[in-house]
Write a protein that binds this ligand. Structure first.
Ligand SMILES: [Zn+2]
Length: 162
């Protein structure tokens, strides 16, 4: 089967992401793939969710938040156990991390929560601190509407090649 991807492999991504993200304990890079997209998005995907679908979602967020397209985003499974979402964004940086449940744990991702966390981490990238921000769960993420409504989906990697 021929699988056409939007991104091209970016093996150098892991090194770049290491420099931009603080990695500790269970968050250390273990596996996964890294893709460089025409938009400039460098996506390191360590999850079972499809990279192109994640990239389209993240690119919508980058555009929706008015961010510079060239950005490093790493998506990993939340490894603390349980169904949990978390994020990390560097101050004055271009790197953000999103931790999401595995497709083994959930049938579909909570796209609104994921979008709000991404927006929150992008705000950190713009240098904002928590005292300058509203709570992430109150953030307006209308850019994610197509996913929230179900018009667009974040498929698993397995679904995407079917
Ligand atoms: Zn924060």
């Amino acid at each position: 089967m021929l699988v056409l991807r939007r991104g091209r492999p970016a093996s150098h991504a892991v090194g770049i992401l290491r420099r931009h993200l603080v990695d500790r304990g269970p968050f250390q890079h273990r596996r996964g793939e890294a893709w460089l997209y025409p938009s400039g998005l460098l996506l390191a995907n360590e999850t079972g969710w499809d990279s192109d679908d994640l990239a389209a979602f993240i690119e919508a967020g980058i555009e929706g938040e008015g961010m510079e397209p060239r950005r490093y985003v790493r998506v990993i499974h939340y490894s603390g156990g349980g169904v949990y979402y978390a994020g990390l964004g560097r101050y004055d940086g271009r790197a953000a991390r999103l931790s999401v449940p595995s497709p083994v744990q959930v049938r579909s991702l909570d796209v609104k929560k994921s979008a709000q966390l991404l927006s929150h981490e992008f705000a950190h990238n713009r240098g904002l601190r928590h005292k300058d921000m509203m709570d992430w769960w109150d953030l307006d993420v209308s850019w994610a509407d197509p996913w929230v409504s179900g018009e667009r989906r974040l498929r698993t990697a397995e679904e995407a090649v079917r």
